[in-house]
Structures are given as structure tokens and as C-alpha cells.
Design a protein. Structure first.
Lengths: 153, 153
DNA sequence: TCCTTATACTTCACATGTTAAGCAGTTTTC
DNA sequence: GAAAACTGCTTAACATGTGAAGTATAAGGA
């Protein structure tokens, strides 16, 4: 008998707002990771691009943007910088010359390797403090939520 | 016998990376909300500030920044714009004149009201597609995660 | 083939994110 | 009761976020 709509309900408190809760939770988790990355003069965005390229191999930019949660205009600039820093390369798809295909370099892979131990340590700390089960549960829920399409219907 | 560390384990896939998963899930949820807000010429950040001010009443900027997940330099600009648009006011704390206290205006509250129905509808759609229980579960997990302190120990 | 439409970016302009420096007001220390 | 240290916010400079317009290539239709 609690959450029925017998009163004109206001907006949920910000702690029960999914977008805000997701953002705040992310800030918590990103704290130590940002600290780690700052030692390599690399930011969150480049780190995401590196991991996506490492995971998928050579990939067209539109796909990279989707996977790394970046818009194409941002990715254009970021990839350009990463090329200059030797972290990524790019070329034109011979089958469709509109497409630009990016790939991680050895230096990029080395950067990932260089942070692997600490990254895993941060995750281990999270599992210790939050609980291994809860982390799994949360990842499962997020993974499923990602796949929804919430537009209109 | 699966996830033991008997092999030099690589980084988790990006779908099992909590920061990336949080970001992707948030993008999914924010889609319809951004659509809603764009009709009022308001962006995510101003919306968060409005909701925090509505929820807490007059609040010093440092606290607003924490709650709305903004850095102070961003908040400085955003609050200035919101003052000009009549959505918020601010004054100096008489007890500590370093502090600036912001408050929501009637126009600000009206803007929240104007979007309440649609906001609740979006949330209802989420509950329908994702499941009410899972939404609750997710919010609980996120709320708890927010409160952790993951620095060093 | 020519024309239209669509796709895959890129560029532009302006807002926000981020770090470092600056400044006024407050507290601490001697 | 000042000098030193700290706090709360602002400014500055540059990177990224974002929507709209622009460019080049590709695909489809008359």
C-alpha cells in the first residue's frame, strides 16, 4: 500500500533518479581510475578508445564512438591526438572509402599493459568493499539495461 | 574453478568494466530524457542543478556541485546562466561571506512541474521494459555504491 | 547516366569538463 | 593581533560535449 499513486506524486528524489544515481556511482568508481590515468597523461576518453580498439581490433569510427560512448565530433579530435601520440593509427576502408578504420598500436597496447595491474587492484578493492556478488549483480543489471531501447513506444 | 588467477588475466572486457558499463547504461536511460529537456532549451546539467536545489532548498555552491556531480568552475558558469534565465537566485551567506547560497525560483519550480508528467512516464516505461524489481534493485545497488570511499586503503 | 538520398565522417560554434592559478574571507598560530 | 594557512569560489586556458552545417563517397531510382 505504499507506492500507489493516490497522491499527486512529485519527482523521485535525486537518489532514486536512475540517471543521477548512475552518474554519482560512476564518479565514485572513477576517482581512483582517474588518479591512475593522470600518471600517464591520458584521460578517460582516450582510455576508453584504447580499450575498445584493443577489444575489437581495427574498427570503423562510428562503431568506436558507440562503444566508447563518444560523439563523432569528439572522436575525430581524440583520434587525431592519439595518432600524434602514437597510440593509434587509422586508414581508409578500401571497400568503402567513406569509412575510416582505427587500430591500436603497440605503444597503445603497452599503455594498457602498464595499467593492468593497478586497474585490477582497483577492481579488487571494489569487490572487497562492495562485495563480489553485488558487483556481479550490478554488472549484469547494467549490461541488460544497456540493450534496452527506451524511445517512445 | 573458473575465475581463479592461474593465468595472467587481461583487463576485463568493456562490458564488465564498471565505469564503462555505468556510462553505457546511463546513455540508454538519458536518451528520452535529453529529448524531453531539449524542448525547454535546458540541458542535463541545469536540470540536475534545478532538482538538487528543489530537493535541498537554498544550498551553498560546493554542496550543489557535489550533489549535481559538477565541478565548481562549471557550476559557476551554469548558475550565472540560470540566474539570467530566472531559474535560480543566489546570495552571500551572512555567516560566512565566502559562501554563495543558491536557491530555485518559482520559474525553476514551474519548469520542474512542467516536465514531471513526462519524466514519470519515461520512468514508467523503464519499469515496464526492464522490470520494476530490477529497477529497484539497481537503484539500491547504485545508492550503496555511491557511499563507498575507494581511495587507497 | 544523372539525380536524389543516405552514410561516414569533419568542421564550426558554443557549452561544459578539467586543471591550475587567483582572490577574498576565515581560521589558526605564534 | 598580525602572518600564515585554509576555504569557497572565480577566472583562465585548453580539452571534450553537443547540435547543426558541410564534404566526400556510396547506393538507389528515373
Amino acid at each position: 500500500m505504499f507506492s500507489s499513486d493516490d497522491t499527486p506524486k512529485p519527482l523521485r528524489g535525486t537518489r532514486r533518479s536512475l540517471p543521477i544515481a548512475l552518474l554519482r556511482a560512476r564518479e565514485t568508481v572513477m576517482g581512483p581510475i582517474r588518479e591512475m590515468l593522470s600518471q600517464s597523461n591520458i584521460n578517460e576518453q582516450k582510455w576508453r578508445v584504447l580499450r575498445v580498439l584493443d577489444e575489437r581490433g581495427p574498427t570503423e569510427l562510428t562503431q568506436v564512438a558507440k562503444d566508447a560512448c563518444l560523439l563523432l565530433p569528439s572522436l575525430t579530435r581524440i583520434i587525431r591526438a592519439m595518432e600524434e601520440e602514437g597510440l593509434a593509427t587509422r586508414g581508409t576502408d578500401p571497400d568503402d572509402r567513406r569509412k575510416s578504420i582505427a587500430a591500436i598500436t603497440e605503444a597503445g597496447r603497452a599503455l594498457i599493459l602498464a595499467h593492468m595491474a593497478e586497474s585490477n587492484a582497483i577492481f579488487a578493492r571494489l569487490e572487497r568493499d562492495f562485495g563480489q556478488e553485488k558487483v556481479e549483480q550490478l554488472l549484469d543489471l547494467l549490461d541488460e539495461l544497456q540493450t534496452l531501447d527506451l524511445y517512445k513506444p
